[in-house]
Structure formats: structure tokens, C-alpha cells
Design a protein around this ligand. Sequence first.
Ligand code: NAP
Length: 251
Amino acid sequence: MSTRRTALVTGGGSGIGRAISLRLAENGFATAVLDLNGDAAEQVAEQARGKGYEAVALGGVDVSDRDQVNDAVTRVRKTLGPALVLVNNAGITGYKRFLNISDELWDRMLAINLSGPFYLCQAVVPDMIEAGWGRIVNISSSSAQGGQQYMTHYVASKAGLVGLTKALALEFGPAGITVNTIPPGFVDTPMLRMSEERGLLGGSVDQHAERTPVRRPGRPEDIAAACAFLVSDDAGYITGQVIGVNGGRNT
Ligand code: NAP
């Protein structure tokens, strides 16, 4: 990479987002680690800085709040320069029988998992257009490919993110901006372990690993590696794509 570029990673304090933040910082991006959890965001940014990379934390930012998002993007522009790479990774999960999903649960799921990326894209795309270059990676879910029982609200939000990805790719390809989605499947993160602890996985992580073609759970670094490629100059001809990273669980 010839020029220094800035990357903004949402949900960067934990799991997949943490690995993506550290990987992008390692690859030379000035990295903004945005997370609702301020301590976690600060720890990740500190870890990156400890290795000599450029990183700042944006803690306590809720992606479902447009004003907070706009304020965070402005802070990134002032401290690191305009974010020409955006990774929409922050998300929540949820398990509920369909008939028990309340309006509040439905609205909250869509607000964080779908409206959040919408606000972030609207906040960063003007800078990308001005630069004539941009990369957006949306972290969706393999459940949007195969469906998942008792997760209708989650699956709908992630399927919406796939649609957002495809439509944006068509509109902004001419501006030099690529937009892709990685739907992870079965990645060993706090989110997955929480689901295991609550008995919501339909078996243990180890049992699922036995049924996974590559015979292991995914690692956050697996997603980070794919993301690092998609935001590189080498990936300029890849846009509007769904790049599954799931050990072969969905093909
Ligand atoms: P994780 O460990 O729970 O990390 C998610 C991070 O996002 C947390 O730090 C969380 O903060 C933050 N966050 C939650 N709501 C937020 C909000 N409103 N604004 C800003 N930050 C917020 O989850 P993960 O497993 O790494 O998942 C990352 C992404 O991958 C999610 O979008 C998830 O749906 C997707 N995914 C994961 C898997 C998997 O197997 N792990 C599979 C498919 C898709 P708090 O801790 O404070 O809530």
C-alpha cells in the first residue's frame, strides 16, 4: 500500500471486530476502533499502539444512534483523516420463538444490525467519493444464507445487510468504492460462547466442530484475513459479493 489510509471498525472491541482492527492496523491502516464498550475499544487500540501501529479508540458509541455515529466519524476525520475503509461489524444476536418476538426486540435488532451500517455508510461515503477510493465490508451472517430457527429477527437483519451490500456496490462502483459482505459462520468469540452457555447452539462448540467440514470452529483471525484482502488494492475488481468464511458449513 503506497498511501496511509484510515480504517473504521465497528464493534472493534471484541471477537471478530477486535481481530479485524488488529489486522488492519498491522497492515498499515490508521485504525479507529469503535465500540459500545469503551474499555474494550481502548484495550484494542492500546494493543495496536503497543506494537507501533496507529490506532484510536471510539468508546461508548452506539451504532444505532445516528448523531453518535456522525460525531464519531467526525472525530476520526479530525484525528486520523477520513475513513476510506469501513468495516460494519458491530452486531447483537438473539434467540426467540417467532411468535414471541416483540416489536421492541424486532426494532432493536434492526436498529443495531441494519440501521447502524446504514448510518455509518452515509457518514463515510462522501469522503470516499471525494477520494475516488473506498472499501466497505459488512459482516453479516451465514444464517442469512441458510436461515436459522428461533432467530428470525437476527436473520432478517443480516439478510438486509446482504441486500444493502449489493445495492451499494452497484451505486458506488463507478466512484471507486467496493462493497462486499462476509457472512461468518461458527466463529469462536464471546458471542458464540454466550450462546453455548445458554444452551442455544443445539450442542456444544466441540460437537459442532465435529460436524464442520474443516473440523474446527472459525477463529476471529479467519474473518480478519478475508477482510484484510477485501480492503486491499488487490481486491478492486471484487464488489457486491458474499464471501463466506465458515469452514464449509455453508456453500
Ligand atoms: P461479540 O464478541 O459480541 O462482539 C460484538 C461487539 O460489538 C461487542 O464489543 C459489542 O459491545 C459491540 N456492540 C454491540 N452492540 C453495539 C452497538 N449498538 N454499537 C456499537 N457496538 C456494539 O460478537 P462477534 O461474535 O465478534 O460478532 C461480530 C459480528 O459478527 C456480529 O455482527 C455478528 O452478528 C457477526 N457474526 C458472528 C458469528 C460468530 O460465529 N461469532 C457468526 C455470524 C455472524 P458490547 O460487548 O458492549 O455489547
